[in-house]
Write a protein that binds this ligand. Structure first.
Ligand SMILES: Nc1ncnc2c1ncn2[C@@H]1O[C@H](COP(=O)(O)OP(=O)(O)O)[C@@H](O)[C@H]1O
Length: 909
């Protein structure tokens, strides 16, 4: 609208630029043009003419005149010159007239174009206005409808608001009627604009006529020379008439344009009135109303909130008060019960405690020193004694003594100083499960607040890169061996966060410089030497160790050495725990060999001490059973089995010492064996995200150049030492059976037994070109991690198995175990189809008979579930991955027996 007002002003300006628009009408200009006709002749020199059409015309006339002059006599020439001069003057006037007319035509054309533009704009604006009115009507009808709808179920205040809205709607409707009327006016204006347009067309036509006439006049001028003056004037008159009618039209157009100004004014006024009550204003009004409503609702909400908060505050306040009263009541009741003790039973209670302590002291169940400490505590009515007494109700006297003695410890720390003396430790020196136990149990005990140290031989072949801060101490430990003293260098470093001492004998036999851990002709010598130096180290460092834990035959020498040699030197604070990880390896030798490490052969070569039960040699495992304070093996079932044939001749010894013998199931190091962090895996995964498992399978089969065409083929894994214990004949059979069932098989293992190694090399050759079978006859820690992750099933068909770690590791990696029901396998794998076992415990497939049929029945069932019930299989995989095989529970059991032994030790001194 503002734009059209501006355009209107511009048009006015354009008209004003013409000289005196109101006076310069066509008629006035015509009067000027007529002057030459009434004799006002022009004389004298004329300024040079521009090359306009009339100038050209003039030139052409002069040329005609020259030609005419050349062909007449003088008189005639004079007359002719006069006539020509007259003609020239008249022509010049005519040309001027035409020039004026041209100018007027140009101006008119411009005015016409302006008028056209304004007309278009007005039409567009009218359309936009109509559209806005339409929208407004639609909005109004919607608002009306919504209001109708929302009026139902309104509160009084809302109804009032609704009425206001309705009224506003009515007013708006009136406004719209008013706008409509205005619109009709605009339509009328539009009609007059149409008329203007028509006039414009007429004007256009006459202008064209005028132009044609002018062109005709021009050509006539060319032929004018001999033409009659009157005829010429006739033409001029015609032209004048044309000009007059054009002037009339221009006048008319000016009138119409004046009318247009009126229309423009009207439009501007309309615009102004529309601006006053514009749609956006209406919208603003509506928004404002809505805002008000929202505000009132917010206010109400705030009020509610406020009320709620004050209620909550009240409620909280009353809770605090309630708690205060409750704690006061509790304190009062405690006080009363204390007073009850103090007033009623206390003297009798504390007297009884004092008598108990005196009795234990007299019976030598506790030392005099401990008795004095405990007596003083009872005298002072130490609440810790009272709590220990009350919590031990129903337990044995021994347990009560132990719990009392814990408090007699200086500093009363429940932590123990435990030293493991072993031949292996993972990952620095690993041959089998023993290594895993040392680091796994050691870490778990350390986590429980004990001081744990490890003593290992310093092997040349160990994984030095697995040791942190390896350094040699500035001390040489001299140790006895074979009648001589040998120097030993002591190295320290940490492995898996545990402090480790590495002993490097300066012995000419280069005892641990053999490029292998075991299998040397002088193993008995090597490890008896090591056991002696380990104790020597502890002795010389004057440590007050609580538990010395030795493992397997290699360090079984420690038990008799400790009690027969070092205890006599005053090194006797510790108690010895011996764990036999496998009763197959007992460390037997001719009796005199015991003397190498300083043991008294005569004293020990006795049936009740170290002489082997079935032949004349000495047996170091037997010696450890006899000489240790605690004897353990690695699973409850195996502990049971070794009490009969499984004991390999030591069953009677174990029976004799059964009170100190216990089977504790090994755990696994869940930090090392963790599929969600395992750095050896292609993709880490967890029970809740098994994608990584199939990715590892794909990666490993690709790496080993195995077929990956059939993704539904189960992959069977086996990682083991290839020794008869592990059921090598069933492992061999499993390879063929898996091929027959359409599965894939990967074996990772090596054998210390040459003919077994050769046999498996032969099988490997046989399957060399089979894309589904791979035999990797070596030791490879990284590869073992990848196989655990990639396999779907894992076989452990052992003839006997003290504990077995691979079935637990396999489950942690989602590989379902297929195992023989023996030893630790029986304590950790429960058959999926065995209905006598609770469903939640069933985690694998087991068989009892150590033959091919027995194995086949378990493997075939596993294959069936894998192929036919993939969902059940997946659930089984996930369940297995979530089983807690950590050392936590087992370490607590060890800690418990350590504590009791340590307490007895204190009681004894
Ligand atoms: N060839 C091998 N390569 C890598 N690791 C192996 C190999 N053979 C056995 N192991 C590992 O040694 C440990 C064996 O422990 P376990 O099952 O108790 O058997 P054992 O101690 O009788 O050998 C497992 O951690 C297993 O992964």
């Amino acid at each position: 609208m503002a734009c059209s007002a501006a355009a209107g002003a511009e048009a006015t300006a354009l008209l004003c630029r013409r000289p005196a628009p109101s006076s310069i009408t066509g008629r006035n200009r015509l009067a000027v043009s007529r002057r030459p006709r009434h004799g006002n002749l022009r004389t004298g020199a004329q300024p040079p003419q521009k090359s306009t059409p009339s100038a050209n015309y003039r030139n052409r006339v002069n040329i005609q005149r020259d030609r005419a002059g050349a062909s007449s006599d003088d008189e005639h020439q004079q007359k002719s010159e006069d006539e020509n001069g007259l003609q020239n003057i008249q022509l010049e006037d005519l040309v001027e007239m035409i020039q004026n007319t041209e100018k007027n035509i140009l101006l008119l054309n411009q005015a016409r174009l302006q008028a056209l533009e304004r007309a278009d704009k007005i039409i567009k604006e009218k359309e936009a206005l109509q559209q806005e009115i339409n929208n407004l009507e639609i909005k109004l009808s919607e608002t009306g409808a919504q209001s109708e709808l929302s009026s139902k179920g309104m509160s009084d205040a809302e109804a009032l608001e609704f009425d206001v809205l309705k009224e506003e709607n009515m007013l708006l409707k009136d406004d719209i009627t008013f706008f409509k009327e205005k619109l009709i006016e605009i339509t009328e204006t539009e009609e007059s604009l149409f008329k203007l347009e028509k006039e414009r067309a007429l004007l256009d036509a006459s202008l064209r006529e005028l132009e044609c006439a002018f062109i005709a006049a021009q050509s006539d001028m060319l032929k004018l020379g001999p033409m009659q003056h009157d005829a010429w004037w006739e033409k001029v008159e015609n032209l004048e008439e044309l000009l007059e009618s054009t002037a009339n039209q221009v006048e008319h157009a000016a009138l119409i344009l004046d009318g247009y100004h009126d229309v423009q004014d009207k439009v501007d006024k309309l615009e102004a009135s529309l601006g006053a009550t514009s749609i956006s204003e209406f919208c603003l009004y509506l928004v404002d109303l809505l805002k008000k409503r929202v505000k009132s609702i917010e206010e109400r909400l705030q009020a509610c909130n406020h009320e709620m908060h004050s209620q909550i505050e009240l409620y909280e306040h009353s809770i605090v008060e309630f708690h205060d009263t409750l704690s006061k009541l509790i304190k009062e009741s405690e006080k009363k019960s204390m007073e009850h003790y103090a007033e009623g039973m206390p003297s009798e209670f504390w007297s009884r405690i004092s008598l108990l302590i005196d009795g234990w002291s007299l019976e030598k169940k506790i030392s005099n020193n401990d008795a004095n400490i405990l007596r003083e505590m009872a005298w002072k009515r130490d609440s810790r004694l009272r709590e220990a007494y009350l919590s031990s109700r129903g337990k044995s006297e021994r347990e009560l003594i132990d719990s009392f003695l814990k408090m007699a410890l200086p500093g009363t720390s429940s932590g123990l100083h435990i030293v493991h003396i072993a031949a292996e430790m993972a990952p620095v020196a690993k041959v089998g499960g023993l290594a895993d136990v040392i680091s796994g149990l050691g870490k778990a005990l350390q986590k429980k607040g004990n001081l744990v140290e490890i003593i290992l031989p310093k092997y040349d072949c160990m994984q030095h890169n697995q040791i942190n801060n390896l350094k040699v101490l500035d001390v040489v430990v001299q140790s006895y061996f074979e009648g001589n003293m040998f120097a030993n260098r002591i190295w320290t470093g940490t492995v898996e966060g545990l402090p480790v001492y590495f002993i490097e004998p300066q012995h000419p036999g280069k005892l641990f410089w053999r490029a292998q851990y075991y299998g040397e002709h002088d193993d008995f010598k090597r490890f008896s030497y090591f056991s002696r130096v380990a104790l020597e180290l502890l002795y010389q460092s004057a440590k007050k160790v609580d538990i010395i834990h030795c493992h397997d035959w290699q360090t079984a020498f420690v038990a008799p050495l400790y009690w027969d040699v070092y205890a006599n030197l005053g090194f006797n604070s510790a108690r010895i725990c011996f764990t036999c990880h496998n009763f197959e390896y007992q460390g037997t030798a001719p009796a005199q060999d015991l003397a190498y490490c300083g043991l008294d052969v005569e004293h020990l070569d006795r049936a009740d001490r170290m002489r082997d039960n079935s032949h004349g040699r000495i047996n170091v495992v037997k010696g450890a059973i006899v000489y240790s304070n605690i004897v353990t093996t690695v699973s409850p079932t195996y502990a049971q089995e070794v009490r009969s044939e499984g004991g390999r001749g030591l069953q009677d010894t174990l029976k004799i010492h059964s009170k100190k013998f216990v089977g504790i199931l090994n755990g696994i190091d869940t930090d090392t064996w963790n599929p969600s962090t395992d750095r050896f895996l292609k993709v880490q995964y967890s029970a809740n995200d098994l994608y990584g498992k199939s990715a590892n399978k794909a990666a490993l089969t690709k790496q080993l150049k195995m077929s990956s065409a059939n993704a539904s083929q189960p992959l069977v894994g086996c990682i083991t030492r290839l020794v008869p214990q592990k059921g090598v004949h069933l492992i061999r059979h499993a390879i063929y059976k898996t091929a027959e069932l359409g599965g894939q098989f990967i074996l990772l293992g090596s054998s210390p037994v040459p003919n077994i190694q050769r046999e498996f090399e032969g099988i490997a050759d046989q399957f060399q070109n089979n894309n589904n079978i791979r035999l990797l006859l070596k030791y490879d820690d990284a590869l073992s991690h990848m196989i655990f992750a990639a396999s779907d099933m894992f076989i452990v068909p052992s003839m006997f198995e003290p504990c077995g770690l691979t079935q637990m590791i396999a489950m942690r990696y989602g590989s379902v175990p297929v195992v023989r029901k023996t030893g630790g396998l029986n304590d950790s794998v429960f058959d999926f189809d065995d209905e006598t076992i609770p469903m939640e415990l069933r985690n694998g497939f087991t068989f009892l008979k150590a033959d091919e049929q027995g194995f086949d029945s378990a493997l075939e069932r596993a294959f069936n579930y894998y192929h036919r019930k993939p969902e059940v299989w997946k659930q089984l995989v996930q369940k297995d991955m979530k089983i807690d095989f950590s050392w936590d529970t087992s370490a607590s059991q060890y800690e418990d027996i350590y504590q009791r032994a340590a307490a007895r030790a204190r009681a004894a001194t």
